[in-house]
Design a protein around this ligand. Sequence first.
Ligand SMILES: *Cc1c(COP(=O)(O)O)cnc(C)c1O
Length: 395
Amino acid sequence: MAITPLMPVYPRSEVRPVRGDGAYLYGENGEKYLDFAAGIAVNILGHGHPHLTKAIQEQAATLMHVSNLYGSPQGESFAKRLTDLTFADTVFFTNSGVEAIECAIKTARRYHYAKGNPHKHTLITFKQAFHGRTMAAISATDQPKMIDGFAPLLEGFKVGEFDNLESAKALMDENTAGFLLEPVQGEGGIRPASKEFLQGLRDLCDEHDLMLVFDEVQTGVARTGHLYAYQYYGVTPDIMSSAKGIGGGFPMGACLASEKAAAGMVIGTHGSTYGGNPLAMAAGEAVFDIVANEDFLAQVRSTGERLRSALEQMIPNHDHIFESVRGLGLMLGIKMKTDSRAFVAYLRTRGILTVSAGDNVVRVLPPLNIEEQHIREFVDGLSAAASAYEVPEAA
Ligand SMILES: *Cc1c(COP(=O)(O)O)cnc(C)c1O
């Protein structure tokens, strides 16, 4: 048999981490890596954070899982915290980002169904979007690498041009349920939407009674220097997905909605065996203990500005490969003039972990609690790597 025991759907790199400590990962043979990938924007407190680790250990020993057949003091408490801190009035807990998207799509459709408009089932989504890998989430994109071979896709999605209000408007018809988008596209290459675009979609939703759904799986939980990116933009969604950083490494997600938007989500309409179990809630609470306050958010913003300006100063020295820096807070992208994937692979060989994204972008997604020394180590390491890098010849 040639197939590997781990289904070979990932091009896994040579990095084989077995231990983490703060902003560093250690491989099987003791190799040390500066982790500015953070599990793809997940390990927002770094590795082995004492408060998070202790909360998970204590909860694991107390009560891990009971199912949603019973009352959940832990879920009530964390949901209350989320609703107090956001636009939302209600929360459904999931185990991943894509399940939060599934819940968001179902909530949007159900809103119109409950109002007697079941034909309003189509969400307008946007090019280069990434919403996860379930059938519904891949149906929301038009990218061949995600959808090839999985037809028939789910109906009820149309794909417009990102950050182009006219394109969104042109796709609207009597079946439109709303819009689904990332306020800053992550996998697509760290592309922040303009405020005008998001406000324009909000206005269309208000005018036509549609649902504005923000996918904040990557942008959420302080990544941009705001608890959620919509708060930075000042444009409020009706429904929002959150995951990645929310558990600091513990797998969980959440679908948040206003009371109005969740009108159709009544008993029996949705569910999850694990969703919101006490262990996940303990992880979420511990993360929020640390990040959900103005001091921490201000710290992320200033760290993001320092990292960004250090990168901007360094880039002109290597303008044969680097073009520019973009992003918000500690969700940064370096636009490359050469293949970003190859450069990310080269950085790994020099002990620096980043993530490549669409549009030839190197994603820089460090833990949110990094310090000055980590910024310097990263920027110096990147600069040295750029000097030594031999640009592969175009295929
Ligand atoms: C990662 C991501 C998802 C999918 O999350 P999973 O936990 O992998 O299911 C969805 N939307 C966005 C914007 C993401 O970055």
